[in-house]
Design a binder for this molecule. Structure first.
Ligand code: 5RP
Length: 223
């Protein structure tokens, strides 16, 4: 099976977690896109969706799914999204698509985080994938120094030869070379640096379920 076929399989499996008549929180990225395409097929069974990025909002709308403003939402049974890495305990690195802050906000409202990922994303220790940190532009240098002091090599994320600007008007620093033995502790430490908007570690509120696409079929990990 190709990686896309594995992503498609987990996206299909995630539909079982969608609650009848409820609002669905939707993540960002290629796996989330497959999920949106599946969600489009059952759109009459949901109230609407909350998007974690403009790209996700546009794809939801293209399927005729109503996109709701998070400020008008009281409850959300599930948030469904991909990950860059996930541990056997449900801690994740996210933010490869630069949407980490909105993803964390939407996920924080949901009762359950359902992570959908192909098996290449499962790791024993987080950190092979560089850790994204969204920062306020004026704090870029000071935050980079503090991240370096924690043991990583900070790199400003670029796009088309210029610093990438997030949908929140901020920058992304990718921290390379960290072996993250204690994701919850590091998440709190980085979130505490003044100038940091969000760190792409989802450990304090990690996944509740991971649907993992493998050659033998979709495996369900519960945390
Ligand atoms: C975007 C994310 C994505 O969930 C993560 O990058 C995984 O993406 P993909 O499904 O394309 O592998 O965190 O900010």
């Amino acid at each position: 099976m190709t990686q896309d076929e594995l992503k498609q399989a987990v996206a299909r499996a995630a539909i079982e977690y969608v609650v009848e008549g409820g609002i669905v929180g939707v993540g960002t990225g290629s796996t989330a896109n497959f999920f949106i395409d599946e969600l489009g097929k059952i759109k009459h069974r949901i109230k609407g969706a909350v998007a974690s990025s403009e790209a996700t909002a546009a794809r939801l709308k293209s399927h005729g799914i109503e996109v709701l403003d998070l400020n008008q939402v009281d409850s959300m049974p599930v948030y469904i999204d991909g990950a860059d890495e996930i541990t056997p305990h449900g801690a994740m690195i996210k933010g490869g698509g630069a949407a980490l802050t909105r993803e964390k906000i939407v996920a924080s409202v949901a009762d359950k985080f359902i992570c959908i990922a192909d098996s290449s994303k499962l790791v024993e220790v987080l950190g092979n994938f560089s850790l994204p940190v969204e920062v306020i532009p004026m704090a870029q240098a000071v935050v980079a120094h503090k991240l370096a002091a924690l043991g990583g090599a900070p790199r400003l994320r670029m796009k088309d030869g210029k610093p990438l600007i997030t949908e929140n008007g901020c920058l992304i620093i990718d921290v390379v070379g960290m072996k993250i033995a204690n994701p919850s502790e590091l998440e709190a430490k980085i979130n505490n640096i003044v100038g940091v908007v969000t760190v792409g570690l989802f450990a304090r509120q990690g996944a509740n379920v991971c649907l993992l696409g493998t050659a033998e079929g979709v495996k369900t990990l519960k945390f």
